[in-house]
Design a protein around this ligand. Sequence first.
Ligand code: FAD
Length: 318
Amino acid sequence: MKVTEHFTNAGENTLVSFEVLPPLKGGSMQAIFNTLDALMEFKPPFIDVTYHREEFIYNKRPSGYYEKTAIRKRPGTVGICAAIMHRYKVDAVPHLICGGFSVEETENALIDLNFLGINNVLALRGDARQFEDKFIPEADGHKFALDLVKQISGMNVGKYLDAEIVNGEPTDFCIGVAGYPEKHFESPNWATDLQYTKQKVDAGGDYIVTQMFFDNKVYFDYVDRCRAAGINVPIVPGLKPLTRKYQLASIPRKFFVNMPDDLVNAVLLAKDDAAVRQIGIDWCTAQSLELKKAGVPCIHYYTMGDTGTSKAIAERVV
Ligand code: FAD
């Protein structure tokens, strides 16, 4: 079923969904199953699986020179989605990124998804590679998520890259796109950021999932701004609980989000890791309950491999 159909069927109820990362190469699928086995009691109608671009590693050769090699450290998104659907009978939402893909590889990946019966996808640009200061697309790849959304929408009406394919089988993807309540860090200002988000929706984006935020006001204001800009699709809040003191610096650095004073001060005064984690759980639970009360269609939790924390929150929210 499509993600948006789940929202419709839920009516006034707020759903919960979880996002998992593929294990590092060499790791076991069991790690994903262990995570999801613990979270299925909360009846998530869909599970997102992230996609990770290749990274460069440098190996020292006997000559002393370093050899640059591109490796994908967390492959397996499509296989994991198929395995999740098979094992849990819930929908899976693979993230598909522009980075590292030519448009033809993207088309082929979408054909694989279609043949596997996976008809949801979160269409993203992806971040810059590690050690690169800006996003560099493939020479024949998409530069922005908008172009990826257009390609998927095209396939939904039977349009393939090969112009000779005339009566192409239409796919039926429900397309999610990313939104940034605190503005995407590369956008020069709010208005531009919203304008690009609107373009993704107008091109076929069926719903938005937001970047994490720690202050619900930021989300509510964002929804108001989107509605004023004519963006009328469901906007799913994405939440990540803070669990470690060092995240006071690492989360803003990586995700370009702010943290409210009360949260920061509480974490700074916490006496140990367990106390920080509890503060993070309580904070995220309070955010979730307020969002639920406000009638959001779904709360999307970034688990980032930390099952216990997600479970502790969901137990108090669902
Ligand atoms: P875009 O919508 O393309 O926007 C990127 C930037 O370009 C923005 O600043 C935008 O304003 C600007 N822009 C857009 N269109 C134009 C245009 N026509 N002209 C000029 N500028 C333009 N990353 C991963 O690698 N894997 C994942 O699995 C993943 N999952 C994510 C899930 C969610 C819910 C979110 C919010 C993010 C996720 N990301 C993931 C991170 C995401 O890839 C980065 O935030 C990335 O920097 C931007 O992606 P986007 O799809 O928002 O890009």
